[in-house]
Ligand binder design. Structure first.
Ligand code: HEC
Length: 120
């Protein structure tokens, strides 16, 4: 019996260390739904309905995201870039902050599709 105990211990501790090294115990960063991300990051300027009629939206000149004509001119890639890297005006002043650090690419991707759904 004694010869069984050693290999068993190796498997047990090996499992514990493997678990620790792949990050068990550390909760993964929460991935929010596009609707939640919009509420968290975007409605201050663009408003819950995307029309950008908030105080900050008017002040910054944020676009009406429900306007099919102007939004229709933008590709998904352009919208993705705007969200990820932000927008500056021609004077180089920041109009919309970059969200690269706030959301994973997959979340931004999902948000692009969600924003398209605001169009009338
Ligand atoms: C600080 C205010 C502010 C916040 C917060 C903000 N935006 Fe904007 N957004 C703007 C302004 C201002 C513009 C217009 C910029 C321009 O015309 O150059 C804009 C433009 C856009 C456009 C049009 C893009 C284009 O290329 O013309 C989209 C799409 C957009 N925002 C989506 C979002 C989303 C999604 C979020 C949340 C992740 C967000 N915005 C957060 C201010 C903001």
């Amino acid at each position: 019996m004694i010869f069984l105990r050693h290999p068993f211990r190796v498997v047990f501790w090996g499992g514990v260390f493997w678990g620790a090294s792949v990050g068990w115990g550390a909760p993964p960063a929460p991935v929010l739904s596009p609707g939640d991300n919009f509420e968290k990051h975007c409605i201050d300027c663009h408003g819950a309905n995307g029309k950008s009629q908030t105080r900050l939206g008017r002040k910054s000149g944020a676009k009406d995201l429900t306007n099919a004509e102007s939004m229709g001119k933008l590709s998904d890639a352009e919208i993705f870039k705007t969200i990820k890297f932000g927008r500056k005006n021609s004077k180089g002043e920041e109009k919309m902050e970059p969200f690269a650090g706030a959301m994973a690419d997959a979340e931004i991707d999902a948000l692009v599709g969600w924003v398209r759904g605001l169009m009338k």
